[in-house]
Design a protein around this ligand. Structure first.
Ligand code: NAP
Length: 246
């Protein structure tokens, strides 16, 4: 487990965009960032779930978040430009970007992998983070020390049979992280890193391991120290790192 004790005001006045904020790890990360002072932009595809986390954050009296419904599977470059434009108008900058949304696809041999599903997984897990990052770079440059966090997986670092498009998309994410980290190292204050959450108690984990006793799986709250560390100022010098939350 990654250990880190954040100061209570770690993310005060930060504007942080979290994708897939309605459920699982993204939901917990959004609430945790708000708890440490951030104004969180909740991006996801299911409005009801976004409203529920929005209410939870307000009820806890953390900074009021913003909701941005968006389906990353069908989103066009114009949709990303519109999102960046909205953030620019509302806040003028972006301090943090957590690419968390993801889909599993099917666990099956490459020989039988459904081609349409391959495209879907690549679109949500890899192409969307590319387009979103590209659209937000101006906003991130406008922040004093911005952090981009990509979500990887153990199979994005060492692939395994049957993990198909999911594993390939996560390898792509690690590549995108490394390229950006290198490109942004010299002339910007933006750092770029990736997190492998490790086995975490969510719908996606249950989908991948249906026979598993969920009580034995780490809850999302337990992996938050790394999510906080990489988002806050204590990681200002950390760039291009592939890190493990557990
Ligand atoms: P999850 O519980 O299935 O949550 C995924 C989130 O992504 C949901 O909020 C979902 O929205 C959103 N999402 C999916 N497709 C989307 C789309 N087309 N547009 C917008 N939002 C979309 O998964 P999780 O376990 O929390 O996973 C979070 C990240 O961690 C993923 O990148 C995953 O690959 C990675 N990861 C997880 C584990 C684990 O053990 N859980 C391990 C390694 C890596 P809806 O709720 O509206 O569907």
């Amino acid at each position: 487990m990654f250990y880190y004790t954040p100061p209570r005001n770690l993310l005060n006045n930060k504007i942080i965009l979290v994708t897939g904020a309605g459920d699982g790890i993204g939901r917990t990360a959004a609430k945790t960032y708000a708890k440490y002072g951030a104004k969180v932009i909740l991006l996801g595809r299911t409005i009801k779930k976004l409203e529920s986390i929005y209410d939870e954050i307000n009820k806890a009296e953390y900074p009021r978040p913003a909701i941005y419904p968006m389906n990353l599977e069908g989103a066009t470059p114009t949709d990303y430009d519109n999102l960046a434009e909205t953030i620019s108008k509302e806040f003028g900058r972006l301090d943090g970007l957590l690419h968390n949304a993801g889909i599993l696809g099917t666990l099956t041999p490459i020989e039988h992998y459904d081609i349409k599903q391959w495209y879907q997984v690549m679109q949500v897990n890899l192409n969307a983070p590319f387009m979103l990052t590209r659209a937000c770079l101006g906003l991130l440059k406008a922040a004093p020390d911005a952090s981009i966090i990509f979500t990887s997986s153990s199979v994005g670092r060492k692939a395994k049979a049957y993990w198909g498009a999911y594993a390939v998309s996560k390898f792509g994410i690690e590549g995108l992280m490394q390229i950006l980290a290198d490109e942004l190292e010299t002339n910007t204050k933006i750092r770029v890193n990736s997190i492998n959450p490790g086995a975490t108690r969510t719908v996606m984990r249950a989908e991948a391991y249906p026979g598993e006793d969920v009580k034995t799986v780490t809850p999302p709250e337990a992996i938050m120290p790394l999510y906080l560390y990489l988002m806050g100022a204590d990681s200002a010098e950390v760039n291009g790192q592939a890190m493990d939350a557990q």
